[in-house]
Ligand binder design. Sequence first.
Ligand SMILES: Nc1ncnc2c1ncn2[C@@H]1O[C@H](COP(=O)(O)OP(=O)(O)OP(=O)(O)O)[C@@H](O)[C@H]1O
Ligand SMILES: [Mg+2]
Length: 458
Amino acid sequence: MRSKPRILIVDDELIIRESLTDWLMESGYEAQAVEDGQKAVEQVKQAEWDLLLVDLKMQGMNGIEVMQRVKQINKDLPVVIITGYPTVDTAVQAMKEGAYDYIVKPFNPEEIDLVIRNVVAHQKLVKENVYLRQELKRRYQFRDIVGKSRKMQELLVLLKTVAKSNSTVLIQGESGTGKELIARAIHDTSPRHKGPFVAVSCAALPETLLESELFGHVKGAFTGAVSARKGKFELADTGTLFLDEVGDTSPKTQAGLLRVLEEREFTRIGGSEATKVDVRVISATNKDLEQLVSRGQFRDDLLYRLNVVTITVPPLRERPEDIPLLAEHFLTKYSIENKKDIESFAAEALDLLMRYEWPGNVRELENVVERAVVVAMTSVIAPAELPDIVTGESAPVKRAAPEAEGHELPLREVEKRHIMRVLHAVSWNVKEAATKLGIDRTTLYNRLKKHGIQRPKP
Ligand SMILES: Nc1ncnc2c1ncn2[C@@H]1O[C@H](COP(=O)(O)OP(=O)(O)OP(=O)(O)O)[C@@H](O)[C@H]1O
Ligand SMILES: [Mg+2]
């Protein structure tokens, strides 16, 4: 590749052509723009290019057609498709037809820069002949974490840096966003990866049990303590301790945790000697710990110890461009697991996945894809194989279509939909749904009856 990569922009909007060309030239690239596919084809015949940036929706030849024509002339020329957000599924289609990547509008210059640098690196590797063509997924995957949105890419950069250090990390994010996955990735890529990764869920156990779970106990420390037992801190020595749902700990446990973090030692319950440990602590919470501190439910000195580095995982609805990638990722995973030969999603099905709000985040998406793979009748997942909640058959909680704006729902309907959405997100675990909704179980059952909501048949 030349020292200055040459980029051809194909877009029918003058303003995009001008601003992109200017910006690319300022960034040290050589850039030129044309307004339609015909001119693009001519340019590709006449001159050498390193990259084509092609708008998907254009008058005349659309982006995919332009790509196909150009590939007939030079099949190795990387083409990046620029697409509006509602047509991301088409862009994924374009990937399958050989596009190198796609960028979702509105984009900012850094995103383009990232993609271009990617292409340049890729071309270099192709030249050096060491590059086995990897698919899109590989490029946007770190360990098992998939994500191409800017937010996730930034998170991965932070994650890689953090992994090298020994600092205490707090991972914040809604339920199902991938907090545990991230904690494991940090451990697995850290200098401690040969040590153990020990996870404790602080919400699952009552206070006394949690303490003995964490710190261990000596024989006879309490009724039932028939023998001495090591706690998780000891088990995690030289490795990483993952404190899940740390916001759910009692004041007493918090004091114990603070002590370990400050002094790197702890005492077994009922014991008298302190034990030293070499443990890295990663904690996670779906609660707002600052808020718990202001309410006096969480110690600020402990928060200060835990959040040396904070990683905030964005909810899925804030990064819809990750949905197609994640959906494909789970499609492959569950096709293999279920020994089914499922290839892809119908464009319409992918579109529905893109529009849905995902209150249960990635975990919910994973469940939906798993179910779809199991019930799929053909090698392509059809809309009918998605749950009603996603297709909007039972309770449309999809992103409002533009024409739906201004159309207000009656309160009763909003309540019904909200309840259904929460139930769906927790896979119909009524207890969990009630907690999330802030009502007791009886009240929830009454509401189900009132709205005629029934558990969908599996
Ligand atoms: N970016 C991602 N790429 C691939 N898989 C993901 C991603 N994020 C989450 N997952 C998958 O989604 C599921 C839920 O993730 P995880 O258990 O890490 O979430 P969590 O934030 O710990 O949820 P909770 O708060 O409910 O405990 C897991 O199966 C995980 O592998
Ligand atoms: Mg978790």
